[in-house]
Design a binder for this molecule. Structure first.
Ligand code: SAH
Length: 470
């Protein structure tokens, strides 16, 4: 099959309708769809048709549109066009031939018309639109694949941070000041680029305008030296689809990424192509860099003006040493942002089909580490450990699994208490082994389970539905 390629006849512009109005010819659902698109914009909309569908009727009742209740004929159409300074006309009747005739009449009167059922004769088509206040994005496939345009819109929508309208309005308030300080357009653009990639833009999006202005001031005072920052970002348990939108955005902005062993290659692939990548290890007994060295590296790079992404498996504040890094960085007055991630407990439980709590048997859920700071196995002492109506999730518990199971039985849990281990949860290599406190250690040896692996202990394991899809 050969597919012809041709250039598009459409020129995208943003049209200022001003005092003119838009005329919609037709009163059914198709006309209503166009009217709803137009409602987000500060313009007058006139709808001509003897009768209106219910949604248009209620808009007319509320005075949001003007209803012209006359029949539509080519004979009365030209006089109608002269009643108001129309800028655009939508032909949306269910009569294909009538739409075409009226489009031709519009052309004779130099009016831009869109026959909604016939792009080929239309002077304009309506793109897929993203509308966030003052920020608008329109996507066109030249009318050949509108469903694809809508799909692209969804992709773009995901990439646009929340609060973009506030950011645009903030930039508008600062435009004049910058123009006076920096008459050179290129210099102003550079400053705005730096601003948009830094914490100031984030503040503006959150409507913390005073802080945003302070950040901009800092750039204006030292426009050539970008201010470094560190972003402590949770990458989730492994599946890239579990990244948050913030994580993805920062991954695409960072100058350098320091990542630990839990971050999967699929996730690393989403980091900005030209960003420097530094593995900092952290697998038990195999620290590539000590925590102090990691802290020092983060500080050094931020002080040099880099935007440093500290990418961690799961959530930075759950057994992720995020607290230690945060303290070290703020001691040096480095701006820090923290993006939570889906922790292994949430991700592995969900993908294994094991609920973490359940009204019938688990009213609380304990997250425990199987290792202490000095990398020695944990001694489970807390008496709450033996509560029956509870789920226990143990991170980093693989190497001390036998000892953990023995201790839990010694603390009063039955020897046949349900237990599961999830290896490489949420990844294509995920394996789930279920057993009891007595049988699990042997099962794990038998199946050669290797890190990362997560233990889930409690009655919820019996509620597992193994057929859940990721
Ligand atoms: N901050 C991380 C935990 C880091 S501790 C989080 O919130 O998830 C490292 C431990 O997390 C591993 O030893 C393992 O017990 C668990 N873990 C992390 N990712 C995992 C995965 N994909 N599958 C199973 N366990 C995982």
């Amino acid at each position: 099959m050969s597919i012809p390629s041709h250039t598009t006849p459409y020129f995208p512009i943003m049209l200022h309708i001003g005092k003119g109005a838009v005329l919609v010819v037709g009163g059914g659902e198709v006309a209503a769809n166009k009217v709803h698109l137009l409602r987000g914009i500060d313009i007058q909309v006139h709808v001509v048709c003897p009768t209106l569908c219910s949604s248009l009727r209620s808009l007319a009742r509320r005075g949001e549109i003007t209803h012209i209740a006359t029949p539509i004929h080519p004979q009365n159409f030209i006089p109608l066009l002269k009643t108001s300074p129309y800028r655009l006309v939508y032909l949306a009747t269910n009569d294909h031939a009538l739409n075409a005739t009226l489009t031709a009449l519009c052309e004779e009167h130099n009016l831009l018309a869109c026959a909604v059922d016939n792009p080929a004769i239309s002077h304009f088509i309506t793109p897929a639109i993203i509308h966030r206040g003052i920020v608008q994005i329109s996507i066109s496939t030249g009318g050949v694949a509108p469903v694809l345009a809508r799909h692209i819109r969804t992709l773009i929508e995901r990439a646009i941070p929340h609060g973009i309208d506030s950011l645009a309005r903030f930039m508008d308030t600062q435009k004049e000041r910058l123009r006076k300080l920096f008459p050179d357009t290129k210099q102003r653009s550079r400053i705005w680029d730096q601003f948009l990639e830094g914490i100031g833009a984030y503040m503006a999006r959150k409507q913390h305008y005073a802080q945003a202005e302070q950040e901009l001031d800092k750039l204006l005072n030292t426009p050539h030296k970008p201010r470094g920052e560190v972003w402590l970002v949770g990458a989730g348990p492994g599946d890239p689809d579990l990244l948050t939108l913030s994580a993805l955005r920062l991954m695409q902005q960072a100058d350098v990424v320091l990542y630990d062993y839990l971050v999967t290659p699929d996730i690393l692939n989403l980091v900005r192509r030209d960003a420097e990548r530094i593995p900092v290890g952290k697998m038990c007994h195999q620290h590539t860099l000590s925590q102090e060295e990691i802290n020092a590296e983060l500080i050094r790079r931020a002080q040099n003006g880099q935007r440093v992404l500290r990418l961690k498996g799961g959530d930075p504040f759950i057994f992720g040493r995020g607290g230690e890094e945060l303290k070290a960085l703020t001691d040096y007055h480095i701006p820090v942002r923290i993006v939570p991630g889906i922790s292994a407990a949430n991700g592995c439980a969900a993908y294994a089909g094991i609920p973490l709590t359940h009204r019938d048997c688990a009213h609380s859920c304990l997250f425990i580490t199987g290792h202490t700071k000095s990398d020695t196995p944990l001694t489970l002492e807390d008496r709450t450990i033996s509560f029956r109506n509870q789920t226990i999730v143990i991170y980093m518990g693989l190497s001390s699994l036998s000892s953990i199971c023995t201790q839990l039985i010694a603390h009063g849990l039955p020897s046949n208490w349900p237990a599961a281990i999830i290896e490489q949860g949420t990844t294509p290599d995920q394996r789930v082994i279920t057993g009891t406190l007595t049988t699990l250690p042997d099962l794990v040896t038998h199946h050669h389970i290797t890190p990362p692996a997560l233990l889930i202990i409690g009655k919820v394991v019996q509620y597992r539905i193994s057929s859940v899809l990721p």
